[in-house]
Design a binder for this molecule. Structure first.
Ligand code: ATP
Ligand code: MG
Length: 492
């Protein structure tokens, strides 16, 4: 069948679609449902054998999900530190906060621009020769005399301290309080060391700082700058649902770390406003129940999950987790999905059965070609393929559709393995210093890249003959193996 593509000489000329869902070939139904699920925020279950594009579709969905608009924080609860609160801030509030922080942080200036006496007290200026240097230099690099008088305060020391105390700031080596005249008014100014610069805080920023100090401290556990796609495949309970870290000092106010600081979000919380993707969902076992609750409530408490840990007494209730669930599983495992979970997916979403093959038509051959070009591009280590070689890959796809799935005149969509064949042929071409992957490379790769079962069949005739002819050393060494083969003797 050479009717694939007429004008193209090799796969470098194949156009690759710009958006990730368009790069998924042969799964039109699943792709359509994924599009709907992403834009309407519905759940999605993808069912099918390995390597047909389930993860690819799930990942591509994140492209169509709007960026998160909120962050989630835990806030210290002074009355009951083990029950921190949560707080959600919108992007507008976060932006406002940032500009306030700017105010609160004051202005950074060059030490030469502040009153000389201040620069001297903070250790940026030599009192003797007037040379400016960093405060970390204890002696003036110019004249060698010591710069900072730590013991004896200067004549204005007391005055500075009185002014400082009135404003609730303690003067020390790192900070000096002073006044400046603005028009007729005298205004308080605080000067602080900030590396090779000096931070100047005026009255407004001081007030801001005082307010901030009064506010309960908080910690962002789910930042606004995050991906809208969270992969939770094979996650442990704590990774999935969050945790409160252990503190050997039990959160003792002076020695330990306060409970709110030890709270860690789970994947369900990180996926707030986005997609939570769980491949092989049945491997979660009983944790499926928690996913179910989280989906239903759209909130899930974070608590210490290790009863032996000091974190166990800490809990943050009702932390938001409004996610779209995209789950994948193999056909055989479908029965192990908890039925209430499945019913929630169906009740507010879709189930897609993945195709294992597509009809062998000229259009679908074009798609296959697109797939070959994509694999080569993504891999980045192998050259493109001549059109004859590509046709050979397509023929192999046709053969596999028949051998594996008994589909006649179809092309397999078990594409992970086809990708492996493409890379193997590419590696051989690289070894050959060939500019393109040619048919000879495909032929060689096909020999190497046979599934091991097919290799076994070639060597042993059939699989069961091979199995019965060989008992591995490790099997023989196993006690149970002895027991199994001698079970009549042992159990009577
Ligand atoms: N329909 C497809 N279109 C294009 N490429 C595909 C498709 N299916 C699989 N591939 C290729 O195979 C790779 C593996 O596919 P993917 O990880 O999506 O399989 P899966 O169905 O999630 O398998 P598993 O059940 O093992 O997790 C993809 O990264 C992609 O390169
Ligand atoms: Mg997968």
């Amino acid at each position: 069948m050479k009717d694939t593509v007429k004008e193209i000489e090799d796969t470098s000329q194949v156009e690759i679609p710009p958006t990730p869902l368009e790069r998924v070939i042969g799964q039109d139904d699943a792709v359509k449902l994924a599009r709907i699920a992403a834009s309407q925020r519905r759940h999605l279950l993808l069912v099918g054998p390995p390597g047909v594009g389930k993860s690819m579709i799930a990942q591509a969905m994140s492209f169509y999900i709007p960026r998160p608009k909120q962050d989630i924080r835990v806030v210290h609860n002074p009355q009951y530190p083990e029950r921190p609160f949560f707080e959600v801030k919108s992007s507008e509030e976060i932006a406002a906060e940032k500009s306030e922080d700017y105010l609160y942080e004051g202005q950074l200036v060059d030490p030469r621009t502040v009153p000389p006496s201040v620069a001297e007290r903070l250790g940026y200026k030599c009192q003797k020769c007037g040379f400016y240097s960093e405060f970390t230099e204890m002696a003036c690099p110019h004249c060698g005399s010591p710069k900072v008088q730590t013991v004896a305060p200067g004549p204005f020391g007391d005055v500075f301290n009185v002014i400082g105390a009135a404003f609730g700031v303690q003067n020390n080596q790192d900070r000096v309080t002073s006044t400046v005249k603005i028009g007729e008014r005298e205004e308080i100014m605080i000067y602080e060391r900030a590396g090779d610069q000096i931070r100047v805080l005026d009255q407004r920023s001081l007030e801001k700082r005082r307010k901030a100090e009064k506010k309960s401290p908080s910690k962002v556990i789910v930042p606004i700058e995050r991906s809208g796609f969270v992969l939770a495949t094979g996650a442990s309970e704590t990774e999935l649902l969050g945790d409160v870290r252990h503190d050997p000092y039990g959160g003792h106010p002076q020695l330990g770390t306060l409970p709110y600081e030890r709270v860690v979000a789970g994947a369900v919380h990180e996926a707030h406003e986005g997609v939570l993707f769980i491949d092989e969902i049945t491997h979660l076992g009983n944790l499926q129940r928690s996913i179910l609750t989280a989906m239903q409530e759209k909130t899930f408490p974070i608590m210490g999950r290790n009863p032996q840990s000091a974190g166990a007494s800490v809990r943050v209730d009702r932390v938001p987790c409004d996610f779209v669930l995209v789950a994948a599983c193999n056909i055989q495992d479908l029965q192990y999905i908890l039925s209430p979970l499945r019913s929630r997916i169906v009740g507010n979403g879709y189930e897609a059965l993945m195709n294992v093959s597509i009809k062998d038509t000229p259009e679908n051959r074009e798609k296959y070609l697109q797939f070959i070009a994509q694999e080569i591009n993504v891999d980045g280590k192998v050259p493109h393929m001549s059109i004859d070689a590509a046709n050979m890959v397509i023929e192999e796809g046709r053969r596999r559709a028949f051998v594996i799935d008994h589909k006649e005149k179809e092309l397999t969509l078990r594409l992970r393995e086809m990708g492996g064949l493409i890379r193997a042929a590419g590696d051989i071409a690289v070894f050959d210093s060939s500019k393109l992957v040619e048919t000879s490379h495909i032929k060689e790769a096909l020999k190497i890249y046979l599934p091991v079962e097919e290799k076994i069949k070639k060597t042993y005739g059939n699989l069961s003959a091979a199995v019965s002819s060989e008992n591995t050393i490790s099997q023989k060494a196993e006690e149970y193996f002895y027991a199994y083969n001698n079970r009549d003797r042992i159990y009577g």
